[in-house]
Design a protein around this ligand. Structure first.
Ligand SMILES: [Zn+2]
Length: 356
């Protein structure tokens, strides 16, 4: 498969073009990330300490590498009194749960866990998957996660309950997916907080082509999911208008080696080694999304993540290609477990997915 000669994006990436040297248009328009700086972060954190609340801030944790490191950094390096919040769904990987337990015990911090009403995540997931299979479209792969997109509503509610005015997440600019924006006809160069309206327009245009996605029984979950999709969405902006929402890696550079070595040594953190990747194993739906992207687009989120790492100078192209060969293998065994957990008639669905 032809790939960009500078990054590793394949010729199947949406709206990709190459120049005479084989360099892609994503590379040409890419702007290196401008970090806000650790001094600015420390200033924000010090202001929270001065409030003398029981907790200085809240940290969202999934058990994955970035959120575990964020918690470690806030408690150990910045001396913050942290309330840890975890959204637990039925599809959380057991290792991610073990990581949360280890991290909170080792750091001696309080943990609040919340989940959606019993069966709702499974129900909406089954519905989205059935709709998707009727008309497979890479643009609609994120619909598999629609139930969990409500988590910012509960997160802010918990912050309000504990009088917390600052929520810190392990959001990483390298994880922004330009290809997902392109699939919805949103400019890939639009910023995290400026593309909300065009994304919604793109999603509605997709839904108009496949109205099976509309699920009246869980319509409120879908609407809430669109409003509260992430901390930059309109929901958190209004409901949590007086709460600072910080992504750690918008202030300090994301350093994979430092993150992995510190969380392994200091938090006893681990990943499921058979999956061969330390990234995005925390929810099992991730394995299905990889399969859906690969089958419809010939790439996964990892192709873009490693392309961004190359452009930022964090990774060599050869190393990225090696990683993709290993990490883009599809884990059908995990998809099988996921389908069983979600109560999908998995024998026929699994065959349908493999035959896409
Ligand atoms: Zn490129």
């Amino acid at each position: 498969m032809k790939r960009c000669t500078k990054c590793v994006l394949p010729e199947t990436a949406p709206n990709i073009t190459f120049d005479d040297e084989g360099v892609c248009n994503y590379c040409h328009s890419y702007q290196n990330f401008d970090y806000k700086g650790e001094d600015k972060l420390i200033g924000l954190l010090e202001a929270q300490k001065k409030r003398n609340n029981k907790y200085d801030c809240m940290v969202n944790i999934s058990g994955g590498r970035d959120s575990s490191f964020t918690l470690l950094k806030l408690v150990k390096d910045y001396g913050m009194n942290v309330l840890v919040v975890n959204y637990k769904n039925s599809f959380t990987d057991p290792q991610a749960r073990a990581n949360i337990k280890n991290a909170t015990e080792i750091l001696g911090v309080d943990l609040v866990t919340f989940e959606t009403k019993e069966g709702v995540a499974e129900d909406t997931f089954r519905h989205s998957l059935n709709a998707w299979l009727k008309k497979p479209s890479p643009a609609m792969v994120p619909m598999m996660c629609v139930a969990c997109k409500n988590m910012w509503w509960d997160t802010i509610k918990i912050a309000k309950k504990h009088n917390i005015k600052c929520i810190i997440s392990g959001g990483n600019p390298l994880e922004e997916s330009s290809f997902k924006k392109e699939l919805l006809n949103v400019s890939r160069d639009s910023g995290v907080d400026s593309h909300f309206t065009s994304t919604i327009k793109g999603i509605f245009s997709e839904i108009s082509k496949n109205t099976d996605y509309i699920y009246y029984k869980q319509l409120h979950i879908m609407i809430w999911g669109f409003l509260f999709g992430n901390q930059y969405s309109i929901g958190p902006k209004i409901y949590g208008h007086d709460i600072e929402k910080i992504d750690l890696f918008h202030y300090i550079p994301w350093n994979e080696d430092e993150i992995l070595s510190r969380i392994k040594n200091e938090l006893n953190w681990d990943y499921p080694h058979h999956l061969e990747s330390t990234w995005r194993f925390d929810c099992m739906i991730g394995h299905l999304k990889d399969a859906l992207y690969m089958k419809t687009l010939g790439m996964t989120e990892k192709d873009e993540f490693y392309s961004r790492m190359i452009r930022e100078g964090f990774l060599g192209r050869e190393e990225a290609l090696k990683r993709l060969e290993k990490e883009n293998r599809l884990h059908w065994d995990q998809v099988d477990i996921l389908l069983k957990r979600a109560g999908v008639d998995n024998s026929s669905v699994l065959v349908d997915l493999k035959n896409l």
